[in-house]
Design a protein around this ligand. Structure first.
Ligand SMILES: [Zn+2]
Length: 254
């Protein structure tokens, strides 16, 4: 890249290009207006899907829980269990704005929300200083993928991978596509999750690799722990999990 000396001419060029960017953004906003995914207010396209107020509110509700907090709480609820996850990050509580935005990302095909969430995940991941080699995500069933057109966890994983310059691989597959967990009780969920997933037969070699899993919502933890178990059974050295929202017990459907 050619670096221009900072003189009057450079200042003029910079000013012109700044005006051009501003004009282009304004033009784009007029032609393709964007709306805040939370409150519906009209916003600029450079705003990442939220108005400044909603963004500030969301930013203030970051918790960044890690395993020290979560494992204790979960074991009080579900009893002692073996954790295959080395450390975990849960950015938000699954409430109000966050659940509304996750809904918009999943069902209204709002990809700018996935990018916004990936940025929050990224901040948390950086603060924990994990040493991992590759990134993966929790798969969704073929039926869901067909209905929604994309897997929201994969999308967030790909954004995070891009920002951290790490490769993102599909490593896990769903073995039994027929059971939908929503209708099951919490206990049955645990049982049905066991043996639900498998390692993808032709996936990249994960032996001695450290893997980061990205997912959207933690409910019982059965899914993420089972996926971590499968990764470790197939040679992964360590498994970290970064999940956007934590559905606390009283908010769950039991
Ligand atoms: Zn808003």
């Amino acid at each position: 890249m050619k670096i221009l000396p900072y003189n009057g001419k450079t200042a003029k060029i910079m000013k012109q290009s700044y005006i051009n960017i501003l004009l282009n953004t304004l033009m784009f906003d007029v032609l393709f207006p964007a709306f805040c995914s939370n409150c519906g207010k009209m916003i600029s396209n450079v705003n990442n899907g939220l108005c400044n107020n909603c963004y500030d509110y969301l930013n203030l509700s970051v918790y960044n829980y890690n395993s020290q907090y979560l494992f204790n709480v979960e074991e009080k609820i579900h009893g002692k269990r073996y954790w295959y996850i080395d450390d975990i990050l849960l950015v938000f509580k699954y409430r109000n704005e966050v659940s509304k935005l996750i809904y918009a990302m999943k069902f209204k095909n709002n990809k700018s929300i996935a990018l916004l969430f990936a940025n929050f995940l990224l901040q948390g991941i950086k603060s924990l200083a994990w040493d991992f080699d590759i990134i993966t995500y929790i798969p969704v069933s073929k039926k869901r993928l067909w209905e929604r057109g994309f897997n929201q966890s994969e999308l967030m994983a790909r954004y995070v991978g891009k920002m951290l310059h790490k490769n993102v691989f599909n490593l896990i597959t769903i073995k039994n596509e027929n059971n939908t967990q929503k209708k099951l009780s919490q206990n049955d969920r645990f049982i049905s999750t066991y043996l639900k997933f498998d390692i993808l037969s032709n996936c990249t070699n994960i032996r001695n690799k450290s893997v980061l899993i990205v997912d959207d919502v933690y409910t019982t933890g059965a899914t993420i722990n089972e996926c971590a178990r499968i990764l470790k059974m197939n040679g992964a050295k360590s498994v970290y999990a970064s999940i956007l929202a934590y559905a606390m017990l009283k908010d769950r459907e039991i």
